[in-house]
Design a protein around this ligand. Structure first.
Ligand code: ZN
Ligand code: ZN
Length: 327
């Protein structure tokens, strides 16, 4: 079977590897769609020991001793192999599983996973949308749910990459006013097409000043950072009104200078970090796409796996929304 490896220095390879076999409660899934994620940038540049990809949807083709899934069933693949019995798993936050395993990636024709890591997908949800239900929808969905965004809110949304675009669709679905901030001209345009009330071109305008101006000096009710960029994170904190809420969704392994008194205590600001989704978020997300959330519109490019090099080069150039492999 074909599977994708990141060789580093921007080179990817579609190699022939043995097809996995089902064993015990592990099932084999034929992947039908898998998304490229911004978090693969490091592997793209530096190479990776394992195959790449963690956002996929497919159909079960082989099971050994099935108890939860059946052959032919549509499933979304959870990004981690979780144990199902540690405190985090039992609370639904399986991404934080104490015994998590991170195995071969999902940009492959077939993947084997324990049945518990396969989330059933209704027949009326397409495979490409299914591949977005993991990271692309799940990550912003969980954050926005915890922020309790509603139609009374003005949301400052930093970054319109795939996660930001997905966050935009959710916030608009919730009826909020969304002011998005983005530097990349193609993504500025995408944000407008997807219904942002205002998209500030952050390459030409100061984000903080723009946001204060666009909220009559009050600041946003909610800010969501999907960039992981220090300046955007600071602007997210500083643009939020007194009593407001901020979510960090973009990865940043560095540090940022903030004042606990000025930025938090005297503003009574709430800051949350949010990572992937919890298992109890999943049925809600399925209902959301079934009821018409225009999630598939964040996909701008589709490629067969054989065109992986072209797909990665284009995605890493920033001239795309979400890029999905279709099998
Ligand atoms: Zn991802
Ligand atoms: Zn666990």
């Amino acid at each position: 079977m074909k599977s994708l490896r990141m060789l580093g220095e921007g080179k990817v390879e579609v190699a022939d590897r043995p097809k996995p076999t089902p064993k015990d409660d592990w099932a084999v899934v034929r992947i039908r769609a898998s998304g490229i994620c911004g978090s693969e940038r490091n592997s793209y540049l530096e190479g990776a020991k394992y195959n790449s990809g963690h956002e996929a949807c497919g159909e079960v083709v082989e099971v050994d001793s099935p108890s939860r899934v059946r052959v032919g069933q549509k499933v979304v693949l959870y990004a981690a192999i979780f144990c199902g019995s540690c405190p985090e798993c039992l609370s639904g936050r399986a991404i934080m599983c104490r015994n998590a395993q991170w195995l071969d990636g999902y940009h492959a024709e077939y993947v084997a996973l324990p049945e518990r890591c396969l989330l059933p997908l209704p027949e009326d949800v397409a495979f490409d949308v299914g591949s977005l239900l993991g990271d692309a929808l799940g990550t912003p969905y969980r954050a926005i749910k915890r922020l309790a965004v509603d139609s009374s809110h003005t949301v400052a949304l930093f970054g319109l990459g795939p996660i930001g675009l997905s966050a935009l669709t959710i916030c608009k679905w919730a009826g909020a006013r969304v002011i998005a901030l983005e530097k990349n001209p193609m993504r500025v345009e995408l944000g407008r097409e997807l219904g942002a009330d205002v998209v500030v071109d952050a390459s030409k305008n100061d984000p903080l000043r723009s946001l204060i101006g666009l909220t009559d000096g009050e600041g946003a009710d909610v800010a969501i950072d999907c960039t992981g960029n220090e300046n955007a994170e600071l602007a997210a904190i500083h643009c939020t009104r007194r009593g407001g809420k901020v979510a960090f969704v973009g990865e940043n392994h560095g540090t940022i200078p903030i004042s606990p008194s000025e930025d938090f205590l005297r503003k009574e600001l709430t800051l949350i970090g949010s990572w992937y989704f919890a298992l109890d978020d999943y049925p809600e997300m399925v209902k959301l796409v079934q009821s018409g959330l225009p999630l598939s519109r964040i996909i701008t490019h589709r490629f067969p796996l054989d065109h992986a090099q072209e797909a990665y080069d284009l995605f890493m150039s920033g001239k795309t929304g979400k890029v999905v492999f279709e099998y």
